[in-house]
Design a protein around this ligand. Sequence first.
Ligand SMILES: Nc1ncnc2c1ncn2[C@@H]1O[C@H](COP(=O)(O)OP(=O)(O)O)[C@@H](O)[C@H]1O
Ligand SMILES: [Mg+2]
Length: 1181
Amino acid sequence: MRADWSEGATKKKQVGIWDMTMLSKITNDAINDNLKQRFHNGDIYTYISNVLISVNPFKDLGIYTPQVLKSYENKNRMELPPHVYAVAEGAFRNMIAYNESQCVIISGESGAGKTEAAKKIMEYIAAVSSGSSSSIVEIKEMVLATNPLLESFGCAKTLRNNNSSRHGKYLEIQFNAGGEPVGAVITNYLLEKGRVVGQIRNERNFHIFYQFAKAASQKYRDSYGISGPESYLYTSAAGCLDVPNIDDVKDYADTLKAMDVIGITATEQDEIHRMLATILWLGNVQFVENNEGNSEVKDADVTNFIAYMLEVAPEMVNKALVSRTMETSRGGRRGSVYEVPLNLAQAQSTRDGLAKAIYDRLFDWIVARVNKAMQARAEAKHAIGVLDIYGFEIFEQNSFEQLCINYVNEKLQQIFIELTLKSEQEEYVRERIKWEPIDYFNNKVVCDLIEAKRPPGVFAAMNDACATAHADPKAADQSLSQRLGACSHSKHFELYDGNFTVKHYAGDVTYAIPGMTDKNKDQLLRDHLELCKSSGSQFLQGLFPEDLAQDSKKRPPTASDRIKQSANELVAKLMQSQPSYIRTIKPNENKSPSEFHDQRVLHQVKYLGLCENIRVRRAGFAYRQTFDKFVERFYLLSARTSYAGDFIWTGDSKSACVQILKDTDIASDGWQMGTTKVFIRQPEIIWGLESQRERYWHNMAHRIQAAWRRHMAFKNRKAATIQRAWRSKRQAFELVKFREKGDELLGGKKERRTFSICSLRVFNGDYLGVNSRGKQTRGHLVREAAGIGSEPALFSSRIETLVPRAMRSAIPMPRQLVVTRDHICIVEERVVEGLLQHMLSSKAPVSSVRDLAMSPYQDGWTVVHLESQPDLVINCEFKTELLTWLHSLSQGRIRMQVNSTITYNNKNMKQTQLKFVKNEGAKRTSFVKKTVQICSGLPAGTRSKTARDRPRGNAGGAPRQQQQQQRVQPAGAATRVNGNNAHGYPQQQQQQQWSQPVAAPRPGDGGGAQGGAAAVSGGRPPMPPAPPPPPAAAPQHPRHKALFDFADTNGGMLSLEAGRIYTILERNDTGWWLGSFNGAEGWVPSNYLSPEPEPEERARQSPAAPVLPRPPAMRNGSAARNGSGGAAAANEERNSMAQLAAALTSRSPNGGTPHQSANAPPRPAVNRYAQEDSDEEEAWE
Ligand SMILES: Nc1ncnc2c1ncn2[C@@H]1O[C@H](COP(=O)(O)OP(=O)(O)O)[C@@H](O)[C@H]1O
Ligand SMILES: [Mg+2]
């Protein structure tokens, strides 16, 4: 992968070589020159392969912005300029990729930039690690808050560094399996507690004392007696109260905020401050010598205040400061206990000892409290540890603290050597890899010189000296001088008068012997322990958990024992993790951003062993991994080892590695196989493999996403189909119920027409399209003429009314009937001078309708009896529906009278009679001289057939999907619903009795269904077919030619005509395919079809027989259908009818339900059935 500088952290040009494994000459000078060049250009970071060299810039370079941080995310090391973020990124990604804990080891001199680097790493990991749950965010915030908190308590201004860490710290961020931080733990190493009681000139105590003294709240000032740092000897004696670039007041606010973030309670904070104040006051305890030469407290007020703060008796404080309890021992048995008065120096040392002990314990308490707060919230799988330890130190006067600090630095150098130089080369030997051996200085001899037991090292000598001369520090120092003589065998050790020099890897350091044994002994005085144990403060007692009754004969561990133990534990811990290294370099001693002191840097370059580091890297291999792990990670990259994401290799892991490397075209000199590991020479190779792997997953993810999207689209489509079907079914169901209500109202008193009981007949209502939106439609003209404004038409239909003639009897004439919620209107249509005109014939309020009178026969004549106005005598094909609407609108008031002679008020309000006679010879209804003749219809009481009356299965065994398909079928025949006949009238609606077989269609007779209908309706010629729909778009579906005729006898199928081309929308292996012709859809038998290679133009084909989709299957058992239901059921029924009417009434003709066209009915699902019904015609005279 190529570096993308445009989005990189910096757009400025890099100078020098940023990975020094590429240096042309490997010498200390060349390294120094390269670092210098880069330092002056503001490029403080440089690699030696995976080791980051960082030179302290001593100025803000603006390279830690969130944008820069983001730019390193998911980038490999070579993609962007060297940066501490790249190291953090590498550690974080490696942890996730290889399931291994990581550690970042930061080493370098004091003030070289270790602590800053550690903070940047934590910031980076907190920023890029996933997880936004509150507990994860909390952990991240806490981890970041530990920095200001522990810096305040654990850092101090030294001559070397204004923010020098005076303790070592290993912070491990714990992650769950998903790479989310779930907890953290800090291990604390040897706080330099001596700093609490005294510092060399121009150094300071720990920051917290200055922060507290300068910025304490009034509450603390009053209750803990706090004033400025100049008031206390512990903070003022070294003559440095302020530090440039350190704002103690602001830092104090940060410290308090950090305490809050970590969850340190207000009470706990009070206790912490109480301890700090006690320490400050302890420093102000002065002693005077009495006549016996023993010390006495100069000012009892101070000790009394300290007693108050410690919640102990003042005498106890006094006693603990000016005397020491001694115990004689005889022959290993306890002797008598007595008190020894202390001289001035001893009393001061005792006072300081108490202050140091309290601070040391307080610091440990804070670390433990922080750890408690950061305890893992979930199971931790891995960790990233960041080691920030005090740096190598050389002062003019070096003491026990420097020895410990430098010893820990030796140990870290050891790890570095172990892992990067020694073990690397040993591994090559072990794995039988060809390489070039490199010489380097192994500092193990120095580590041994300090820590070995046999021959005794420096620490052992100190411990021996403590043991033999425990009572007198001076005698102990002398004893130490003698014992150190045993170390002189080492060429890294020299003993002078009162001093000894250790030749450390980082330089020679001379340590002063005086005071060393005492510092090493580091024993908590029994008097101090007793004092604190006697406190009324639970907090103070908790700081000293030791048991007073413990066996005092056993030598407690010395400070060197403790540092040795924790250093070795640290090494063991670091060795278990995958290390990354940051080696910090200090360019000058003056904290100057421009000074690059060649000799100082050269010295560091030498002792850090950078040359050797580069040589080993060059000779060796950048990457190694066990065969198993390598295969586990990269098996996807070879088709021989993986198939569809599965591991398919049957051989061993080693051969799988070889296969993968070959299949990924890695040059053979780029890798070697060891005995257990594969070695890859350049890091670029491994990055190449990683990016191939990434691509694989990317492609996979892409495929999965595509499949998922397809699946979701399919699901949504199906869901929409089901929803549509359900809506249509529900709507249809209501309308079917409405129709059944009509059956009920007839009450078995009137013979039925076959059309009336047709299973697909539903009460559609607005047959004239009065509710249609179009302005020029007939429906609209009727509406205008009826003068109903925007009132929705609930029912509209063509009718006949009896029109009186002069001197002659009235005759039926065509009219339009419109029923709204309030009115019943009759509109006349006339052609006047070639123009169609509509005019209102009559209009009556619905409220004036008394009842409807009908004959007991199948005719459509109905007399609408009106209050005090001429009755309406109409012949309406949908009289049952009209009755049902009026019944519903009048809340059940309007009912039907049945009589073979009906009396009505004519236009002149004269009572007139209309007679009805049966005439079986009359094929159609005839009207002669106010007598209607009609043949017998279906028996009275015949109930309407609905879909639910039809068998659920179908004779042809059409597949189940058929129903769904039918419901989504486009309303292909819709254009014919209100299509005009030759006279400009809407076509008469045809009907088909579904239960009767339909004759097979003959070519040219307009389709099977029409032919069938003609047979049923008594030989009337079929109506001309509707105009063909516009030519369809180029077919996307296969087209098949019908080999034979096939008639739809069962509904839902598409009739076939031999020789016609049909589009097949869906094929399956049930034997029934979904076919389409001229917009009509239906199931067709697949064995009647043969594939059609050449598409033909649809437009040329004659229109297909209309397909009558089957309505959705209905559930049986409606109370409405059950005419014998009780009063409650009837009421319920009435209500539901009223609701339906209200629902329909509330629809605005111009809004609400979408209208497809002038002819298209307002409710598609319902109209489909209406259209289907009206495809056929029943004529009458
Ligand atoms: N990357 C950096 N950018 C800017 N200033 C830095 C950087 N690293 C260190 N410093 C400066 O150097 C000082 C000492 O750094 P620090 O990390 O405390 O040293 P160490 O921990 O190694 O003793 C810091 O207080 C800061 O002023
Ligand atoms: Mg530091």
